[in-house]
Design a protein around this ligand. Structure first.
Ligand code: EPZ
Length: 421
């Protein structure tokens, strides 16, 4: 296992280029299961989660090749419908093969995804949606077994306790593209990654209306064709670099970004005093004066993304005054707090709300452990500003979702390197 070592305290300066969005690539790869043709996906980041998805595709009888950020996907005559436990259990996003597999193959056997360190992540909405399209569903030996000769369009309400669901929307939308008749998804997610997926499906020949709203409508078609698609930039990686510039009092230019996907984050940080200039695909972030404490509540898009909550907490830790974080998507997504506390940061948890007593002095470098992807990013950010050395172990979490993170940080002047534990 690798670990990251960071020697903190240098302001980041320079230009960084954002990679393609992991959370777009994964459902888009699943969507290629809907066709018998070849698809080409561009701007794909080289990441652990993408490699896991490619393994699942191969297990389903699809040939895949990846080179220089381009994935070519080609179905073989050996197609099958079982997504195995060994792979699905390592990545929850793999459950989004259920809808396309069922729609195309008439049967899907997908291992039930397991628990998750960021809290409970049920899949009841996925199952409700797929069932309402007329599929017979059963759970056998840990697998969801779904069958249907041809799915039927229906009116589906996909809201849960915590609002819309990103991947349940993806699953039902993909299944509905080949269903007979019209499907309406109420309380659909409208995250940019869902919009990207809908654009991909439309290129394939799907009939989808009201994209980017909470009421998506899909008129089923008989078949879909292979296409080429360029994935959108990763808004969570972008947000992480914006915060990196703020936390290190830096001055960085972020290229290949979509500032319009981060309105809420940019607004919060500007309110706090960070200078952020945006143009179509570029964001310039400059620390000019001490930041003011912040108050954020995570919500479905266009609200503040839960995937940037941990990183914001690291910034709050070095922003003098009391900041508050309320987590409304995953109320237990706070494992990073105990690790940040080890670095001398004062954070208290009261239910789904964290109270951060930001300090003027820098956190102190320490040995910490990454617990999940975004928590790992928060530790890297804290390490960048900490006094002394920070050692982050179990960074395979980080490699699941941030492409070449230490290379990108080094190019901005950070002192960070990888060692084998
Ligand atoms: C997606 O997960 C992302 N993953 C997550 O990113 C992200 O944190 C999450 O959306 C929220 O934005 C991918 O896109 C691959 P949800 P997803 O269903 O779709 C509850 C990262 O770090 N819920 O929108 O699985 C759920 O428990 C990852 O990149 C149900 O109750 O999340 C949560 O409280 C982590 N029943 C809320 O809905 C269901 O059937 C939103 O979750 C499904 C979800």
């Amino acid at each position: 296992m690798d670990k990251l070592i960071i020697e903190g305290a240098k302001p980041l300066k320079g230009t960084v280029t954002i990679s393609g969005a992991k959370n777009s690539c994964l459902p888009i790869l699943a969507a290629t299961l809907l066709t018998d043709d070849k698809c080409v996906i561009k701007n794909v980041p080289s990441l652990g989660d993408v490699f896991t998805m490619l393994k699942i595709m191969r297990a389903l009888g699809i040939d895949t090749a990846m080179k220089d950020g381009v994935i070519t996907v080609k179905p073989t005559t050996r197609r099958n419908f079982t997504a195995p436990y060994e792979l699905v259990s390592t990545m929850r996003a793999s459950v989004c093969v259920l809808g396309p597999l069922l729609a195309k193959m008439k049967r899907a056997e997908v291992s039930f995804p397991g628990g998750c360190v960021i809290g409970p992540r049920p899949i009841d909405l996925h199952l409700k949606g797929i069932k309402s399209l007329g599929a017979r569903l059963d759970v056998k030996e840990g697998y969801i077994v779904a069958e249907s000769k041809r799915l039927r369009g229906n009116h589906v309400y996909l809201g849960g306790h915590f609002g819309s669901s990103v991947l349940a929307t993806a699953n039902v939308m993909m299944a509905a593209t080949l269903a007979r008749g019209r499907t309406v998804i109420e309380n659909a997610a409208c995250e940019p990654e869902i919009v990207d997926l809908a654009h991909f499906l439309k290129k394939m020949g799907a009939k989808i209306e009201n994209i980017a709203t909470h009421r998506i409508e899909i008129e089923g078609v008989k078949s879909l064709k292979g296409v080429t698609h360029h994935v959108i930039p990763d808004r969570i990686e972008t947000g992480t670099f914006i915060i990196a510039s703020g936390i290190t009092r830096g001055d960085i230019t972020i290229k290949n970004a979509r500032p319009d996907h981060l309105n809420c984050v940019i607004d919060k940080l500007r309110e706090s005093g960070l200078s952020i200039d945006t143009s179509k695909n570029t964001i310039k972030v400059k620390y000019k004066k001490p930041l003011r404490p912040m108050d954020i509540t995570t919500l479905p898009y266009p609200g503040f993304p839960t995937d940037l909550q941990a990183q914001m907490m690291s910034l709050m830790a070095v922003t003098e005054g009391i900041s508050v974080v309320t987590e409304k998507i995953y109320p237990e997504r706070f494992i990073h707090i105990s690790e940040l506390n080890r670095m001398g940061v004062d954070i208290k948890l009261e239910g789904p709300t964290a109270i951060v007593k930001g300090m003027k002095k820098r956190p102190s470098g320490a040995r910490v452990m990454a617990s999940d992807l975004r928590a790992s990013a928060a530790l890297v950010l804290a390490g960048l500003v900490a006094k002394g050395k920070t050692e982050i172990s179990r960074i395979y979490h980080l490699d699941r979702g941030y492409e070449k993170i230490e290379k990108k940080l080094v190019s901005l002047g950070a002192k960070i390197w990888r060692e084998h534990e």
